[in-house]
Ligand binder design. Structure first.
Ligand code: 8ID
Ligand code: ZN
Length: 350
C-alpha cells in the first residue's frame, strides 16, 4: 500500500541568522532523483545548530533555513536513480548531505574533505522538520531494530567523537582528556573512549556535571570553574599529561589549555568550533614535546557505520531529554548558558 505523504508539515524555520525560530507549517519537500524522503521522527539538537542559527561562522547559509542534522526516521520516498534504499527502511540524516564522489578526497573515501559537499541544516534544509529530502548516498543506514528516539545524537555527536578518538591514535590503557565532557559530544565521547579501552578525565563546569561525567565512565573530573590550574590538575591525574586531548567545548580558552596538558608525543584533537577562535602554540615546546595538533570534522560513511554499530551493540547510551519541536528556542537558550547535561532530542510529532 503506498504511503500517504501530506502536502504540508510542521517545521522550525528561521528567515535570518539570529531571527525568530518559527514553528510553523511548510511544504513537504519534493525529492530529486538522487534523494530519499525521510519522515523524521526524532532529531537531536547540536551546538552547531546554535552556531548556524546565530550565523557564528563566516560560511554561506541557506536562508530561510530549517536547521538540524541529527535526524532519525523512516524512508517514505525513493528517487528514481536511488539504489539500496526501500520504503520503510530506517534512515539517519547527518551533517553531510552529499559530496561530489569524484574529487581526490571522495575517491580516497575521505569525503569529509570534499570541497563541494552540501550540509544539512547549514546550506540545505535539515532535520527540524517532519519530512527531510536527503542524498541517498550519504544518508545513514539504521538497523531495523534501532531505537529511533535515542539514536539521533549518534548521527553527529557520536560519529564526530568516535572519529576524533580514532584520529588521536590513543591506545588502550592511555588517558584521554575530554574538554566539554558533559555536553552532547562529550557525554558520548566518554563512552566511546571507554569502549575503545581508554582512560578518561573529563573537564567541564560545576559539581552536577562532575557527577554526570563520572556516571558515564570518566575516572576523574576537573572543574574549570573552580580549578586554579587546569593543566596542572590534568597532568597530576594522568601522571604526566593526557595522551590525547579531545576538544569538544566551544571555548577558545579551553582549547588553548589543551596544548599545555597534553603529554609528550601526545595528540590534541580540535573539534569544537567557537567563532573566530585562534590557537597559539609555542614552537619550541611543541617541537620538544613532539605533539600533534589535528583537526577532526564529523566522519565518513564508514565512520558512521562503525559509530552506529557501537550504539546498536549497546555500548553507548545517549543521555537524552525529549521535547517538542516548538522548544528549540528554549533548548538554544539553555545550550548558550551551558546548562544542558547530554543532549536534547526533538520529537517531531509534538
Ligand atoms: O565535526 C565537528 N568538528 C563538530 C561536530 C559537531 C559539533 C563540531 N561540533 C562543535 C559544535 O559546533 C560546538 O562548537 O563542537 C562543539 C560542542 O558541541 P556540543 O557538544 O553539541 O555542545 P554542548 O552540548 O553545548 O556542550 C559543550 C560543553 O562544553 C562545556 C559546556 O559546559 C558544555 O557541557 N564547556 C564550555 I561552553 N566551556 C568550557 C570550558 N572552558 C567547557 N568545558 C570545559 N572548559
Ligand atoms: Zn552537530
Amino acid at each position: 500500500m503506498p504511503i500517504e505523504i501530506p502536502q504540508t508539515q510542521k517545521a522550525v524555520i528561521f528567515e535570518t541568522n539570529g531571527g525568530p525560530l518559527n514553528y510553523t507549517d511548510i511544504p513537504v519537500p519534493q525529492i530529486k532523483s538522487n534523494e530519499i524522503l525521510v519522515n523524521i521522527k526524532y532529531s537531536g539538537v547540536c551546538h552547531s545548530d546554535l552556531h548556524a542559527w546565530k550565523g557564528d561562522w563566516q560560511i554561506p547559509y541557506k536562508l530561510p533555513l530549517v536547521g538540524g542534522h541529527e535526524g532519525a526516521g523512516v524512508v517514505v520516498g525513493v528517487g528514481e536513480n536511488v539504489q539500496g534504499w526501500a520504503i520503510g527502511d530506517l534512515a539517519g540524516v547527518k551533517l553531510i548531505n552529499s559530496t561530489c564522489l569524484n574529487c581526490e578526497h571522495c575517491q580516497q573515501s575521505n569525503e569529509t574533505s570534499c570541497a563541494t559537499k552540501t550540509l544539512n541544516g547549514i546550506n540545505m534544509d535539515g532535520t527540524f522538520q517532519q519530512y527531510c529530502a536527503t542524498d541517498a548516498i550519504q544518508a545513514a543506514k539504521l538497523p531495523a531494530d534501532i531505537d529511533l528516539k535515542s539514536v539521533g545524537p549518534i548521527l553527529c555527536a557520536g560519529i564526530t567523537v568516535y572519529k576524533g578518538l580514532k584520529s588521536s591514535d590513543a591506545k588502550p590503557g592511555q588517558w584521554v582528556a575530554i574538554s566539554g565532557a558533559a555536553g552532547g559530544l562529550g557525554s558520548l565521547a566518554i563512552q566511546y573512549a571507554k569502549a575503545l579501552g581508554l582512560r578518561v578525565v573529563g573537564i567541564d563546569g560545576g559539581a552536577e556535571k562532575g557527577e554526570f561525567v563520572k556516571s558515564l565512565g570518566a575516572e576523574a573530573y576537573v572543574d574549570f570553574t573552580t580549578s586554579k590550574d587546569i593543566a596542572k590538575d590534568i597532568i597530576a591525574v594522568t601522571n604526566g599529561g593526557a595522551h590525547a586531548a579531545l576538544n569538544v567545548a566551544s571555548s577558545e580558552q579551553a582549547i588553548q589549555k589543551s596544548v599545555e596538558y597534553v603529554r609528550q608525543s601526545g595528540t590534541v584533537i580540535l573539534i569544537a568550533l567557537p567563532p573566530n577562535a585562534k590557537l597559539t602554540v609555542d614552537v619550541l615546546s611543541t617541537v620538544v614535546k613532539q605533539i600533534t595538533i589535528r583537526g577532526s570534522y564529523v566522519g565518513t560513511k564508514w565512520d558512521t557505520t562503525e559509530a552506529i554499530d557501537f550504539f546498536h551493540r549497546g555500548l553507548i547510551k545517549c543521555p537524552i531529554k525529549v521535547v517538542g519541536m516548538a522548544e528549540v528556542e528554549r533548548v538554544f537558550k539553555e545550550m548558550e548558558e551551558g546548562k544542558i547535561l547530554g543532549r536534547y532530542v526533538l520529537d517531531t510529532s509534538k
